[in-house]
Design a protein around this ligand. Structure first.
Ligand code: PLP
Length: 383
């Protein structure tokens, strides 16, 4: 198998698995217990929290463990909405290229009388801070722009957007699910108020993530019950999951430069190889030398259907996708590409290859050898 779908999920490293294994075997007690062994589990939870805080430049008191990116997005946004309502504000500014975990949460708010102003990106998928500025109104309760897009890899000007938000006193929510572990995300310096992340996007386990909430931002619970997570997120803590996330994050941060260098090299080789060998192909998103995630390349293959191309790639053992994993069963064109003013039919020709440092040059060469024939064949069927 040649795995090129790392934006959907990444493979856990051996170090992550062995840390989780040792926690499962030796620290399996409920961290809320009052006996010594349970105290060991709760102390360990705090050690992992410290490790994660150090990687993100935030306080341990600002970290709330969750079940992943979707929960963090839901909680973070609904909480800022709740804070806004308390002062009579029911409007928000949101980029049109957010993940559905964000967009569908906003849909719930609009059903509740909220007004949403969507900010559209440039043709290369980047949101402009001045467009965000123009969209802010006196009743704006929060701004929401992701750190980096999961379909195109476009990195957003987060620091400039946070400055605009600070200027207007509007809280800034940032979905950093695709960025954490891959880019030097710095919660304080980036000026983010509330941020989501998910372990399985940086070689950690599935089903664990975090919401980071700047001290001073009021936080209400979305999941109620016991007293865990400072009485804000009830439920027995997922210590093995948090263990895997902490190791995955600290390893990703310490290896970031090297991993990004290798991944960018492989990505560029794949992209140039495709663009030069296959006529009628285009890279969506920023140019390769612009600010983008190391691993993601979204390529359009004119006169093909991405569903057919993905099926043929699958037959030869290559795993890629048409966009967000959560939408892979959808026949709708990507909302990200259409927001970048691609037509629906162009969007239906797009394939997302997402690489990691675990890919090899040989894998790229195999794909480059096989893809031109597959595309020719599919174009022959369509024409
Ligand atoms: N936000 C973004 C940008 C994502 O790419 C994803 C997952 O693909 C999510 C949120 C949802 O994260 P999770 O799969 O942990 O629920």
């Amino acid at each position: 198998m040649i795995y090129m779908d790392n934006a959907a999920t990444t493979k856990q490293t051996d170090r992550v698995l062995s840390e989780m294994d040792s926690v499962y075997r030796c620290l399996w007690e409920n961290p809320s217990g009052v006996y010594k062994s349970a105290r060991g589990a709760s102390e360990r939870l705090e050690i992992y929290r410290r490790k994660i805080a150090d990687c993100l430049n935030c306080e341990t008191s600002e970290i709330y463990f969750t079940s992943g990116g979707t929960e963090s997005d839901n909680w973070g946004i609904l909480n800022l909405a709740h804070n806004g309502e308390k002062v009579g504000k029911k409007h928000c500014v949101v980029s049109a290229i957010e993940h559905h975990a964000v967009l569908n949460t906003l849909k719930c708010l609009t059903n509740d009388g909220w007004k949403v102003t969507y900010v559209y990106p440039s043709h290369s998928g980047v949101i402009s801070p001045s467009a965000v500025k123009r969209a802010i109104r006196p009743d704006t309760a929060f701004v929401c722009v992701m750190y980096a897009n999961n379909e195109t890899g476009a990195v957003q000007p987060v620091r400039d957007i946070s400055k605009v938000c600070a200027e207007y006193g509007v809280p800034f929510f940032c979905d950093a699910v695709q960025a954490v572990g891959h880019l030097p995300v710095d919660f304080r310096r980036d000026g983010i108020d509330v941020m989501s992340l998910s372990a399985h996007k940086f070689h950690g386990p599935l089903g664990v993530g975090a919401l980071i909430v700047r001290d001073g931002v009021a936080l209400s619970s979305m999941i109620v019950g016991g007293m865990q997570e400072n009485m804000k997120r009830a439920g027995t803590e997922n210590l093995p999951g948090v263990a895997g996330m902490a190791i995955a994050l600290s390893d990703s941060v310490s290896n970031m430069v090297e991993a990004a260098g290798k991944t960018v090299y492989l990505r560029d080789k794949l992209v140039w190889g495709i663009l030069t060998a296959i006529p009628g192909t285009h890279l969506a998103g920023p140019d390769l030398n612009e600010h983008r995630l190391p691993g993601i390349a979204n390529i359009m293959f004119d006169c093909t259907k991405n569903t057919a191309l993905l099926a043929r790639l699958d037959e030869i053992g290559v795993c890629a996708s048409a966009g967000s994993a959560c939408d892979s069963a959808s026949v709708k064109p990507s909302h990200v590409l259409t927001a970048m003013s691609y037509s629906d039919s162009d969007a239906h020709t797009a394939i997302r290859f997402s690489l990691s440092e675990q890919n090899t040059e040989q894998e790229i060469e195999i794909v480059l050898e096989k893809l031109p024939g597959i595309v020719r064949e599919l174009r022959g069927i369509i024409s």
